[in-house]
Design a protein around this ligand. Structure first.
Ligand code: CA
Length: 458
């Protein structure tokens, strides 16, 4: 132990301590499959840098997001509150003339940290509002480099629109030039590389800290696009899986550059690094959620249980595995608790997440959550996990009288193959009634959904 401490002191002479306000780096992949990182057993796509976060920190086997699609999941993460509390339940329209994101009376993590002296930058995909007042630099971030839409074209030569005002048909918002703070800029590099370099550059500039880097890749979300450099790494793969592998590999390279910047600046020890996907792998990007059932958009585990790892050397153990459910809501709760005095909070809007530290460090063996809830209001779908029991109910327009109901024991059946709702109808009903009561305390969707904006009809 003493030798290890000495080695640490010798190699990192100015290492920060656990008393300083920590830096926060949140890295979000987009539609990445549960099984598509090395730390969850991926065989065909090496992810050494993502795996480093888990190896030097904690791997969560049961890490959840609060929605099976992009926008609502990010709204929950960035506020630390179930997004249904403020109507961010659907993927929002990109129409910049419609109020379409997290309401201004909710605090983002950047807004929480700003009064405590943090500098914050958002890089990549926003998808939390294009309406004036809802954009990154109006939501606590000092800097923004990225795009406001829910997905984007990866090739620089395709980014030809000067602004959303030039969008003439659906999905053309994938082709806007990138925004650097308030300005549209021409770029040359593959989008994932562009975002990685901006993120590493921010660490190099902001390391006097404390800082918050929100690095939201759109990879490996569609469109399936990769450069020859990355495709050439996978000669044994074919078709969409080959392109997907190249897209994930580019992201992993970039995460390596961000981790290198933390090392280079001597701030890695007291930087809380979180890696996760915003939802499960999608059906259309050749991802794998094995052994989980389902994909993005579904409330089976494959839609909401995601690859999740956290590293924070002065606070968390290295090489640990945590198996109780944790959620993306915990990022805000943990950094708010750790950043100390000056962090903004709203007593009327308490955070839903937990400070992960006592749980992961073994100071308590309790489960962090009595229950984890999911709700898809436009499809009338709910799900709940209590202990290892998971219940799901689909009650769409066609089956109001006879809803489709599922009950699983995730401890024995993580793949959700054995539905026991018919055999244990009372247990299933109790759980469904519990999540239904919870939804009644939430608010309905507050904006039109993605795809409702048809620029050809303007
Ligand atoms: Ca997504």
């Amino acid at each position: 132990m003493i030798a290890a401490l000495l080695a640490c002191l010798l190699t990192v002479p100015f290492a920060s301590t656990s008393d300083d306000p920590p830096n926060l780096v949140v890295i979000i992949a987009d539609d990445l499959g549960y099984a598509d990182v090395g730390f969850n057993g991926c065989q065909d796509i090496p992810t050494p840098h993502i795996d480093r976060i888990a190896a030097e920190g904690v791997r969560f086997t049961d890490g959840y997001v609060t929605s099976a699609v992009c926008g609502p999941s990010r709204a929950g993460l960035i506020t630390g509150r179930y997004q249904h509390r403020f109507g961010s339940s659907l993927n929002p329209t990109i129409d910049p003339t419609v109020h379409n994101g997290v309401p201004r009376d909710e605090l983002t993590i950047a807004e929480m940290l700003r009064p405590a002296g943090y500098t914050s930058m958002a890089v990549g995909k926003w998808h939390l509002g294009t309406f004036p007042g809802l954009r990154p630099r109006e939501r606590g971030f000092d800097e923004f480099y990225g795009f406001l839409s829910g997905g984007h074209d990866y090739f620089a030569e395709n980014l030809t629109l000067e602004d959303l005002s030039e969008v003439r048909k659906q999905w053309d918002w994938y082709r806007t030039k990138l925004l650097h703070n308030g300005e549209r800029v021409a770029t040359e590099a593959y989008l994932t590389d562009e975002l990685s370099d901006a993120a590493a550059d921010f660490v190099d500039r902001a390391h006097d800290g404390p800082f918050f880097l929100y690095l939201a890749y759109n990879a490996p979300h569609t469109p399936m696009q990769a450069t020859e450099e990355y495709l050439a790494r996978f000669p044994e793969l074919e078709g969409r899986r080959k392109v997907y592998a190249a897209m994930v590999s580019a992201m992993d390279d970039g995460i390596g550059r961000v981790l290198d910047a933390l090392d280079r600046q001597g701030v890695a020890d007291n930087t809380f690094v979180v890696f996760l996907s915003d939802n499960g792998g999608a059906r259309n990007n050749a991802s794998s959620n094995d052994p989980l059932r389902g994909f993005k958009r579904e409330l089976f585990e494959g839609g909401v249980r995601v690859p999740l790892a956290m590293r924070w050397p002065v606070q968390l153990p290295a090489g640990a595995v945590y198996e109780h459910p944790m959620t993306s809501l915990d990022i805000a709760a943990t950094i708010a608790a750790a950043a100390g005095e000056g962090v903004a909070s709203n007593p009327d809007k308490p955070l839903d997440g937990v400070d992960i530290r006592p749980f992961v460090n073994g100071r308590t063996t309790d489960r962090p959550y009595d229950a984890v809830y999911w709700w898809v209001p436009n499809h009338d779908e709910v799900a709940i996990r209590v202990g290892d029991s998971k219940a799901i109910e689909f009650r769409g327009k066609e089956n109001q009288d006879k809803p489709e109901r599922f009950l699983f024991d995730l401890a024995a059946d993580a793949s959700e193959t054995s539905n026991t709702a018919d055999r244990e109808p009372t247990a299933a009903l109790e759980l469904i009634e519990r999540v239904r009561r919870w939804t009644e305390t939430m608010v309905p969707p507050a904006y039109p959904a993605l795809g409702s904006w048809d620029p050809t009809k303007q």
